[in-house]
Design a protein around this ligand. Structure first.
Ligand SMILES: C[S@@+](CC[C@H](N)C(=O)[O-])C[C@H]1O[C@@H](n2cnc3c(N)ncnc32)[C@H](O)[C@@H]1O
Length: 342
């Protein structure tokens, strides 16, 4: 059975989240900076909620929990057939040091072999109706695709234009990431109506009687709910003025995860994220009334995830998703106002 982790005494002094993100140099936050941080007291409280798995466990024991551990230590101990949706956001193929885990860039084929070595061990956790999403950078996307094709039915490659990206002088700035969507069988959930995108109408076609064809006239303008495509350009990475932001260097936005979760699960289904980071998947799943389980090697990230989960008891807000609708970018002011259909 999973054990509650004991907080390590005499562990090396961890830099507070105020100071981390590579440099370790203390930073002063701007007054409007909403980045989530932890007090020493919160660390004590939330560390008592984290689990450690050292023997075969049950679905019940790990439902709605965070396991603070190396995923590879847990693989033989996880229950089988318990996951409705698996979201994988593993370290990308970059030389990157998360706080506890360092990743060394490999060639593409080697990344594929590394991915396959643990991905196949996760397959038994999936239900026959399960969906799987895998986030990756554009270079390793090809390797991930080939592995997924071997074991699952690949449905889509989603390309997310995440906007931020380092300017390049000798090629085009890379501002996109891929998310592969696959299912175990042909029997799977896809709630298309729950993930439509609300967009401003540029060409307002009317029928023969002059009535809007497939759009609505509202007090805030003309809008249409469109079928979601596999090109996502309505979502930014979390940044400092957003209440979901932490200092995790590769945190995924709740709006993006909400699309995956709403499309591929129903309420009370279980979402599993074995590279949970600061709990973006888990928090979003909780806000959408799904069950969840996450594994994350780094204690500080787990504690931030636990804090976000606690906040989700009372705050179900997902920026960019309001009243069951995904809004296109730069519509926050409209979302805040009461829209009347005219
Ligand atoms: C790309 S990040 C995921 C970020 C996450 N989606 C979020 O929004 O916070 C990958 C995470 O995997 C964790 N990690 C790396 N190796 C791991 C391992 N062997 N077991 C568990 N977690 C690991 C890292 O600490 C990092 O937080």
């Amino acid at each position: 059975m999973p054990q509650r982790t004991k907080r390590k005494k005499n562990r090396p002094e961890i830099l507070s989240v105020e100071t981390i993100k590579v440099t370790g140099v203390p930073r002063t936050r701007a007054p409007r900076n909403k980045t989530i941080t932890l007090s020493e007291e919160e660390r004590e409280v939330f560390s008592g909620t984290l689990l450690h798995i050292s023997s075969p466990t049950t679905t019940k024991a790990i439902t709605d929990t965070i396991v603070n551990q190396d995923l590879f230590e847990t693989l033989g101990f996880l229950p089988t057939n318990f996951v409705d949706l698996l979201i994988l956001d593993p370290p990308y193929n970059l030389n990157k040091t998360f706080r506890s885990a360092a990743f060394k860039k490999k060639d593409i084929a080697e990344y594929g072999r590394w991915f396959e070595s643990w991905f196949t061990k996760l397959l038994p956790v999936l239900k026959k109706t399960a969906a799987v999403y895998v986030c990756c950078d554009w270079q390793t996307s090809t390797a991930v695709h080939l592995v997924l094709e071997k074991y699952l039915k690949v449905r889509n490659r989603i390309t997310w234009e995440r906007e931020k990206g380092r300017g390049a002088k000798k090629n085009f700035k890379n501002t996109s990431e891929d998310i592969w969507f696959a299912t175990v069988t042909d029997d799977y959930i896809f709630n298309v109506d729950d993930v439509k995108l609300k967009r401003r109408v540029i060409a307002p076609y009317t029928d023969d009687n002059g009535r809007p064809k497939d759009w609505q006239k509202t007090s805030e303008g003309r809008f249409r709910s469109t079928h979601p495509s596999n090109l996502w350009n309505d979502i930014t990475v979390p940044f400092w003025s957003m209440p979901e932001n932490t200092d995790h260097p590769t945190q995924k936005p709740e709006k993006l995860l909400a699309k995956l979760i709403l499309a591929s699960t129903n309420p009370n289904d279980l979402v599993f994220d074995p590279f949970a980071g600061v709990g973006s998947t888990l928090t979003t799943a909780k806000k959408l009334n799904r069950r969840f389980c996450g594994i994350e090697i780094d204690e500080e990230y787990c504690l931030l995830a636990a804090k976000r989960l606690k906040s989700a008891d009372t705050d179900k807000t997902i920026q960019g998703y309001k009243n069951g609708t995904f809004w296109e970018r730069n519509t926050l002011n409209i979302q805040k106002r009461k829209t009347q259909v005219l």
